[in-house]
Structures are given as structure tokens and as C-alpha cells.
Design a protein around this ligand. Sequence first.
Ligand SMILES: Nc1ncnc2c1ncn2[C@@H]1O[C@H](COP(=O)(O)OP(=O)(O)O)[C@@H](O)[C@H]1O
Ligand SMILES: [Mg+2]
Length: 275
Amino acid sequence: MRSFQRDPSVLVDIRLDKIQADLKMNKISLKFGGMTALNKIDLTVKTGDFLSIIGPNGAGKTSLLNCITGNYQYQGGNILFNDKVITGLPTHQIINLGISRTSQNIELFQGISVLDNLLLARHMHKSYNFIEASLFSRSVKKNEVYHREIVEELISFLEIEPIRNTLVEELSQGMQKRVALGRALALGPKLLLLDEPFTGITFEEKEAMIRFVTTLNEVWNLTIILIEHDLPVVLNISKKIVVFDFGVKVAEGSPDFIQDHPQVIEAYLGDSSTF
Ligand SMILES: Nc1ncnc2c1ncn2[C@@H]1O[C@H](COP(=O)(O)OP(=O)(O)O)[C@@H](O)[C@H]1O
Ligand SMILES: [Mg+2]
């Protein structure tokens, strides 16, 4: 079996030794009508970080990811990725710079198999020139083989060989989330954004997902931003944690620091369902 540990760079296409993924958010403000979803958020993520965002429902966590990926246009502030301003760029350009994500509500391509979901994701963002494709030149063929190889690597890493030909809608929630992770990886990210990957899945699926996510950070050097409600898991796997509430950042620090933070203690000892 091929091993991922040997060549983590395969997913980012080029960089062998250094996968730079520095994100800087400066005073991001997002409003929906009169409602402020994000209020002047400053956030810095350094290459190699594993940053988790926690906070009650409606705190603005998903909105923050949507701002990074260009899905939401924010009214104030700017975002830099590897020192390049990405504010105002369309989502596909942001993906091509090396930022990809999974969504809270999975969003796979329905009616096609697991394998086709991964191949399609790969092609949508790494497609070759149309004329070149119609002539089916040697470089295109080489490209095809390369894309296929990457997808096969992902299938093996995520241990989804047995379901490779299954239609995605026939899969459990946990396996759909795993395929969605594969799809995000097929885009060749340097920075990976995960929105509640452990929520609503079985214990075994969750254990596997935790293993994949930590390997991606520690072995593949992918920089990760994770949104998750499961505090024990978050405390265990994150390098840094940010707490959001009502669109503002209320705390930021190491897992040890956050664990002892009054607002976090109150939320968990009080009504833990709100987190
Ligand atoms: N597209 C949208 N249109 C209107 N309001 C939105 C939209 N997206 C998010 N919101 C609002 O922004 C706030 C933050 O939502 P969200 O970012 O989804 O929170 P979280 O992910 O922390 O649960 C909520 O009040 C939500 O209703
Ligand atoms: Mg959310």
C-alpha cells in the first residue's frame, strides 16, 4: 500500500518542504440588514497552526469561514493569505490559492459515486485548457494520470476503498463527512477549513475523523481551522482556540488557557447545549 507519510506534498502539487499558509484577518465586520454577525474580528493563523473556533450557535463561526472563502462579502476589514489580499476575490480564485473547506451541511454532488465526487472536485479547480483538452495532447494525458493518482491516494488515506463506487446519498452522515473531507483535500489546500466535521456522526466515525484531521496537521503540515462543538475533542487536538459569542471574539489562547476561562466554564457548567 502506498504511504502518505512519505510524500505529503503530493496534495499541494509542488511544494516539498514548505507549505506556507499564513492567514491574517483585519477588523472583519459582517452585517445582515441591521444584524451584526461579525464585529471587527482580528484573527491570525500561522503556517502549521491548528486553530479551533468554539462558541454558541449563531455566534458567527460559519460566517467567518464564509468570509475567508469569499462566499460572504464583508462590509469592513480585509483578509490576507500569504501576504496577498484576498478580500473581494471570487471563491474559485481563493481555492486556487490553497484554501478549501468542508461545510456544516456536507454539500456533496448527489447522484454520483464517491470516486466521481473526488475526481470532479479535482477537475473543477485544476482543469486544463479547453483546446488542449480537445486535442488530448500528451500533457493532458499526463495530467489525467496525475489527478487520478492523487484521488487514489486520498481514497486510501481516508480508508474509503469499500465505498468508492457507492452513490454518496446512500452513505451515513459520518461517511458523507469523510468524503466531503476528501473533496476538500482533492482541491490541494494549504489551509483547510472544517465546519463541524465531528457533529452528528457515530463514535467510530468520529474517532477515524479525529485521526485523519490530526494526521493532516501533524504529518502533512496542513494548516487547519476547525469549528466544533465537542469541547473535550477540541481541547485535545487544537494548538490554539478562539471563543466567539455574538459576533465578537471573547477569548483566545492555548487549550489550557481556554479550559480555565470563566466564560467557557460558565457555558459548559451551565447550559452546555448552547455550545
Ligand atoms: N446568509 C445569511 N443571511 C442572513 N443572516 C445570516 C446569514 N448567514 C448567517 N446569518 C446570521 O448570522 C449569525 C451568525 O450565524 P453563523 O455564522 O451561522 O453562526 P454559527 O456558525 O456560529 O452558528 C446568525 O444570527 C445567523 O442567523
Ligand atoms: Mg455554524
